[in-house]
Write a protein that binds this ligand. Structure first.
Ligand code: CP
Ligand code: NVA
Length: 303
């Protein structure tokens, strides 16, 4: 296993084992082993968070360890200390670093300079821990992953990138259904297509939301404007509103389709309140699964 989890591709070979471990840790919550006794995770946040912060901290505590919240602006990092020096210093104190960064360049710089594992809690390119929790949720509901059709609708962003790669690794048929001007990174889609074809699935780009949703087992969406994205709200509405998951779009998916959203959600924008709070939505299981998926990651990387 690689030292870090910066891209979902860092765990290509271990993804199904991690999902299995996450499921066991979920079943055995409260009674499972505590392998991280005496270990500390530093958590650096350059952006806001509810789920990532609370789930990582809880995961560390339940595995016997300790987590330390570090707001980037309260650190010397916010006053010009380099990312590389921060990585070297923190590595002398703690056993792992979770980093929520504005840029993937900074994420990689931290990982390259840290001697302890660095786990991404999101950057502008990927959100790997989210994708792991997403697949855990689909696996729980559907019993399988391979062969399922999973369509992501909206902005081809960090969440979309990790989801495409993770779904491809699992042999799913993943579809990124995005407006042309906000399609996912071409290199990531090409990589997802290559991986998916080896695993018996596919990864395709689609611009028509009706076609994208048709026959899907899983529909997924995320906010129109990500943290750090300075897009205009009116432009975003014009571009993304055709991709919003509402009852009409959901009716195009399979009757037993499930709906995922990484949260936080904006009801009435990327998802209607009716769908978000409806019977096919699994978004709160998905949010809970961040805890279990990250426990599996910490269990494997920090021991
Ligand atoms: N989904 C997710 O990463 O949520 P937070 O921004 O609340 O951590
Ligand atoms: N794409 C969103 C995900 C938030 C969890 C963002 O980067 O803000």
């Amino acid at each position: 296993m690689k030292k870090d989890l910066v891209s979902i591709l860092d765990i290509s070979d271990e993804m199904s084992d991690l999902l299995e471990l996450a499921a066991r840790l979920k079943r055995e919550r409260g009674v499972h082993e505590r392998p991280l006794e005496g270990k500390t995770l530093a958590m650096i946040f350059e952006k806001s968070s509810t789920r990532t912060r609370v789930s990582f901290e809880t995961a560390m505590v339940e595995l016997g360890g300790h987590a330390m919240y570090l707001g980037a602006n309260d650190m010397q990092l916010g006053r010009g200390e380099t990312t590389a020096d921060t990585a070297k210093v923190l590595s002398r104190y703690v056993h792992g670093i979770m980093y929520r960064a504005f840029s993937n360049v900074a994420m990689r710089e931290l990982a390259d300079n840290a001697t302890v594992p660095v786990i991404s809690g999101l950057d502008d390119v990927e959100h790997p821990c989210q994708a792991l929790a997403d697949l855990l949720t689909v696996q729980e509901r559907k019993g399988i992953l391979k062969g399922l059709r999973m369509t992501y609708l909206g902005d081809g962003n960090n969440v979309c990138h990790s989801l495409m790669l993770a779904g491809a690794l699992a042999g799913m048929h993943v579809v990124a259904c995005c407006p042309p001007e906000r399609s996912p990174d071409k290199g990531i889609m090409a990589k997802a297509a290559e991986i998916a074809s080896l695993a018996g699935g596919s990864a395709t780009l689609e611009h028509d939301p009706a076609v994208g949703a048709e026959g899907a087992d899983v529909l997924y969406t995320d906010v129109w404007i990500s943290m750090g994205d300075d897009s205009d709200a009116d432009d975003a509405r014009r571009m993304f509103s055709p991709y919003a998951i509402d009852a009409k779009l959901l009716a195009r998916a399979k009757p037993d389709a499930i709906v995922l959203h990484c949260l936080p959600a904006h009801r009435g924008e990327e998802i209607s309140a009716e769908v978000m709070d409806g019977a096919q939505s699994v978004v709160f299981d998905q949010a809970e699964n961040r805890l279990h998926a990250q426990k599996a990651v910490l269990h494997r990387l920090l021991r």
